[in-house]
Design a protein around this ligand. Structure first.
Ligand SMILES: [Zn+2]
Length: 308
């Protein structure tokens, strides 16, 4: 069985295949230790790039290989580091610059953000459609960079989410191959994080995420996407706080809205993506080493407002 895995790995990446073989032995019966998991990881990032094929090899190993104590967790942890993310960006990411490449993203932001208008009880920030226009402008003027990642599904194994926004580098990573509604929904979520970054907000992770889920849910309603019920943040947002915003039933003196928002915060707290960090404070102002983001943001907001 395991020699089959080796054969598949060899077709994808010889270095990773060799590291796998030396870990499990020529009988293919052994298991990968933590130290050997490190060797496999290092093979994948050796040229500071994780290609789509290398990502596929890692997915196969994570799914099918035998691991010793803590070894699999260790490999996954390494793949969640920013070094790994950057290697994935450089090895399997495509930077979208031309307007034709950005058309899908532009359409999503143009079509599905017009009902996003709420003041967050958590972060106290108000989000309006204009905020999304500003980020759209920034992306198209290349102040902010969008990458499409062909990661062979690696994000599912590392439980990273289909989109990630990096405030320190002003980069947005979106995995390739999503359906159009799923893509639009993810884009609105991540662009909400870009708004938070460029407005230099300070808040706890759970509120930062809850706000992004509200916006995403409003977009889902706007595009007529249906989401099943459940306790995942996107489900709670869709049937609760996001729906209220979509139907203009939110408001600072409205207890039902505050309760719905609080339910969503709880869903964020309870979700594996955030359980280790939801109470951490995030200060987006710290992450602006070169550009005064808030200033640029205000100037563009003024410019876009005047144009209307
Ligand atoms: Zn998020």
């Amino acid at each position: 069985m395991s020699s089959e895995l080796y054969t598949k790995l060899r077709r994808l990446d010889r270095g990773i295949a060799a590291a796998y073989k030396s870990a499990v032995g020529s009988s293919y019966r052994g298991s990968i230790s933590k130290r050997e998991a490190r060797v496999i990881f290092n093979k994948a990032v050796d040229n500071e790039r994780i290609s789509t094929k290398e990502a596929k090899a890692l997915v196969l190993i994570i799914d099918d290989a035998r691991f010793g104590t803590d070894a699999k967790e260790y490999l996954i942890k390494k793949l969640k580091t920013s070094a790994a993310k950057e290697a994935l960006r450089d090895g399997s990411g495509k930077l979208l610059l031309a307007s034709s490449e950005l058309a899908k993203l532009n359409n999503a932001l143009k079509q599905f953000t017009n009902k996003i208008n709420f003041k967050s009880p958590g972060s106290n920030i108000r989000y309006t459609p204009r905020d999304y226009s500003v980020i759209k402008y920034l992306i198209n003027e290349h102040w902010l960079f969008v990458y499409e990642l062909k990661d062979s599904g690696l994000h599912k194994r590392t439980k990273t989410g289909k989109g990630v926004y990096f405030s320190s580098s002003d980069e947005l990573y979106l995995v390739a191959g999503l359906g159009s509604k799923s893509y639009a929904s993810m884009t609105v979520h991540e662009v909400t994080h870009a708004i938070q970054d460029w407005r230099d907000i300070r808040s706890k992770v759970k509120y930062i995420e809850a706000d992004a889920y509200v916006a995403q849910a409003v977009a889902n309603h706007t595009m007529g996407r249906s989401i099943s019920e459940g306790n995942k943040p996107w489900q709670v947002a869709y049937h609760g706080a996001g729906k209220m915003v979509y139907e203009n039933r939110d408001g600072s003196r409205n207890q039902a809205w505050k309760d719905a928002y609080q339910d969503l915060v709880q869903a964020v707290e309870g979700h594996g993506l955030y359980s280790h960090k939801h109470n951490k404070r995030r200060n987006y102002r710290e992450n602006s080493p070169v550009v005064d983001e808030r200033k640029v943001y205000r100037i563009i907001l003024r410019k876009l407002t005047r144009r209307r």
